[in-house]
Structures are given as structure tokens and as C-alpha cells.
Design a protein around this ligand. Sequence first.
Ligand code: HEC
Ligand code: HEC
Length: 238
Amino acid sequence: MKKILATLILATSTTWFSGVAFTSEPAKAAQAEKPADKAQAAEATTAESAAAPPTKADIMARGAQIVGGVCVACHGLDGMSVVSANPNIAGMPPQYIAKQLEHFKGGIRKNAIMAGMSANLTPDDMKAVGEYYWMQSPKNNAQARDKVMAERGQQIYRGGIADAKVPACAGCHGAVGAGLPAIYPRLAGQWPEYTIAQLKAYQSGERKHPMMNAITSRVKDSDLAAVAEYIAGMRTAK
Ligand code: HEC
Ligand code: HEC
């Protein structure tokens, strides 16, 4: 069983790493073209700097700057939140993070706190914090506390609920909950309070996404809580 799990984790991380390699290709190419002298680059005219796309290092530095100044208070520098109402976001696909920030800013995803936090972020800032948090390694803070609930949750996560035509969560979020770039968020190790709140928001239609709205509309509350409990206990490295 342990062997199978290790293989799964390995298989998942291989996919993820190839995803990273893929997205960083253009950045690498840009790095080669970039003037070696940073001061010189800073002095470049607007036209020139618009022509040269930022390097991966520039993007990470911008992300770290924003996170260190603002987001750290609730999501930590490492993307692990101390309070269960604030999601852990270490290792979330960068595109998913950027999309959620765009949705908070545009009011598509409604949350008063995050509306304020995203209001001044440009699309490039959103990409930068996405890349920054994606590079952080998830650690374990949440736990599954109720064994019976977690076992029911595991059944749903792996096999869905056939009678209610609910598909297995693993089908989209991955066998070990690591998510999948670009659109499928990581779930493993998430605070159960946050997961339940999001599942209910999809169920009521307050948070809009066709797949998740349809799925949650067919799951009863006790099963939402069970799957959130199981997810909290999933231990998956990025
Ligand atoms: C005062 C606390 C606070 C601060 C500061 C904060 N957040 Fe959040 N963040 C939250 C809460 C609460 C949620 C959950 C919102 C919800 O329930 O929809 C959240 C949700 C998110 C999500 C969605 C995660 C997911 O799994 O869907 C992202 C991405 C995010 N925040 C990024 C940021 C970034 C980037 C910053 C800094 C610019 C930031 N947050 C600053 C409290 C905060
Ligand atoms: C058909 C694919 C699919 C299946 C099956 C699926 N999901 Fe999702 N899920 C998604 C997508 C896509 C998103 C991101 C939606 C968005 O952008 O709001 C998501 C988002 C979520 C979120 C929000 C995460 C966050 O950080 O805010 C949770 C929680 C979640 N899913 C749980 C589940 C559970 C539990 C199941 C099984 C009962 C499940 N999902 C099955 C595609 C799927």
C-alpha cells in the first residue's frame, strides 16, 4: 500500500514538474536575452522594457514582495495559514491562484476580505503571487479528527457516490489530492472548515463553477463534511 502511494505521489509530482518545466521555458529563453547588468535593465526605456518579458526570477521577486507586504498576514510566507478560515495555498497551481484573484477583484467570487486584498493587484501581480505560492512546499497543519467520517469521505473521494451520480473527486483533483495545473486546485491537507465553506458556497451557487455547482448539488451535507474531513488528513507533498 505504501509502495503504491509512493508511486502515485511520484507519478503526480512528475506531471507537476513537467508542468513547471513547460511554463518556465519561455522565461528561460527570455533570461538568455536579458542584459546581464540589472542596473542597466532598470534604466531601459519603457519601450525596451515592454519588449523584454520579465524573467522567472523577476516574477518570483515580485511575488515575494507582494506576499511579504500583504498576504503573509493570513496565508503565511510559505502559503500555510494558521487560522482554519484562511486557506492553505502552498503548492496551488499558479493559474488557479491568478484566476481566483481575478474573480475576487471582479466580484465573481464574493469575499469581502479578498475583494480588498485583490483590488490593487494587476494581472501580472496575480501571476507573480501565483508562481510564488506554487513554489512553496505544503506542510501539514490540518488533521482528520473523526475516523468514521474520514472513511466515508475516502469512499466518496475515490469512488464518488454512484446512486447520486456524483463522480469521484480523485478524477479531477488527483488520486492524492495534489490538484492539476491549470484549473484543478490542490485539496490535500486543506483546513476542513474552509473546504466545507467552499463546498456549501458551490452548492448554493454563491461561488460559481459549472462542474462544482453540479457536483455539490447532489451531495448531502453530512457527505460534504465527510469528504472535507478526509481531505484534511491527506498527506501529499507537492
Ligand atoms: C486578512 C486575511 C487575508 C489576507 C491579508 C489575504 N487573504 Fe487571501 N484569503 C483570505 C480568506 C478568508 C480567503 C477565503 C475566501 C473565501 O472564503 O472565499 C482567502 C482566499 C484566497 C485565495 C483563494 C484560495 C483558494 O484555494 O481558492 C487566494 C488565491 C488568496 N486568498 C490569495 C491571497 C493573496 C495573493 C493575498 C495578498 C495579496 C491574500 N490572499 C491576502 C484571507 C486573506
Ligand atoms: C469534473 C471535475 C471535478 C470533479 C469530479 C470534482 N471537482 Fe472540485 N473542482 C473542480 C474545478 C475545476 C475546481 C475549481 C473551480 C473554480 O475555479 O472555482 C474545483 C474546486 C473545488 C474546491 C475549491 C477548492 C479551493 O481551494 O477553494 C473544492 C473544495 C472541491 N473542488 C472539492 C471537490 C470534491 C470534494 C469533489 C468530489 C465530491 C470534487 N471537488 C470533484 C473540478 C472537479
